[in-house]
Design a protein around this ligand. Structure first.
Ligand code: ZN
Length: 272
């Protein structure tokens, strides 16, 4: 390697995300890789604009975000008609650095393309690796079952990792859904009780284990960049593509070793 640089963009709205800790972890694996931490991606790349232009850029982005909303999990097309109230919401939550995610699902690949467009041309160079954390929920359309699925991460020209996606995308145990239905049938809100019950094997919002888990997703982004393949079939390797919360805990937090033998070797050879 490695004349390349990794830029990690913070999600300041997620208090349990510690990107400096992730940066140190990545440096421990790839000591020759330059790693830079930056603030919120959109704020960072609009910060050079004068106020009037910045406001216009936020407005344009707000309309784009609203147009990328998934209106129904089984409808491939996004939000065809953006209402001003939707764009206003998107602008407010983008501008605020402590807004909470509402759980609206957005068309992931198109969000990646939209964010990529915000990069100045000097930064859109092959040696730069941009990893963007967001508290928004991104989905991809599956032709297999003709519906959208929430994702933890989308790897592409820039890499986006969702702090909410990691809580909701990998499925929880079937008992969780059974209990939730049982509580609902009694007219009870069960989330707190159930969060306690399932805390051991499910991530919850603002979980203190979030940063430890997301280290593996940044490694996946780096493997995507280096090799074109972010994933591993070994369920004890941080590159495993977990579909269940239990698998997520096994692959991201049960080490050492944190990687399978093949990927340990690959990390060493990519670091040369
Ligand atoms: Zn592996």
């Amino acid at each position: 390697m490695l004349a390349c640089r990794l830029f990690l963009y913070d999600e300041p709205r997620s208090s349990s995300l510690k990107i400096e800790e992730i940066a140190s972890y990545i440096k421990s694996l790839w000591p020759n890789l330059e790693v830079c931490c930056r603030g919120d991606f959109i704020h960072y790349h609009l910060s050079h604009l004068p106020d009037l232009h910045k406001e216009k850029a936020f407005q344009e982005l707000a309309v784009k975000w609203a147009g990328l909303r998934v209106v129904s999990l089984t409808e491939k097309e996004g939000n065809k008609e953006v209402f001003p109230v939707e764009a206003d919401y998107e602008k407010r939550r983008m501008k605020s650095l402590n807004s909470r995610a509402s759980g609206i699902l957005y068309k992931g690949p198109q969000v990646v393309a939209m964010l990529m467009d915000l990069l100045p041309s000097g930064e859109k160079v092959p040696e730069n690796i941009h990893v963007i954390f967001t508290n928004q929920l991104l989905g991809t359309w599956s032709e297999e079952d003709s519906r959208y699925h929430a994702r933890v991460s989308i790897y592409g020209p820039v890499h986006v990792i969702s702090t909410l996606g990691v809580v909701v995308a990998p499925a929880k145990p079937r008992e969780y859904y059974f209990l939730r239905r049982s509580f609902a049938s009694l007219g009870m809100e069960a989330s707190q009780e159930m969060a306690g019950e399932f805390m051991q094997e499910c991530l919850v919002t603002e979980d203190p284990r979030l940063t430890g888990v997301l280290k593996g997703y940044v490694c996946q982004a780096l493997f995507y960049y280096f090799t074109g393949n972010p994933f591993c079939h070994n369920p004890y390797c941080r590159l495993y593509n977990a579909h269940w919360q239990k698998e997520l805990f096994t692959c991201q937090l049960s080490g050492p070793p944190e990687f399978c033998a093949d990927h340990q070797r690959a990390i060493l050879s990519l670091g040369q």
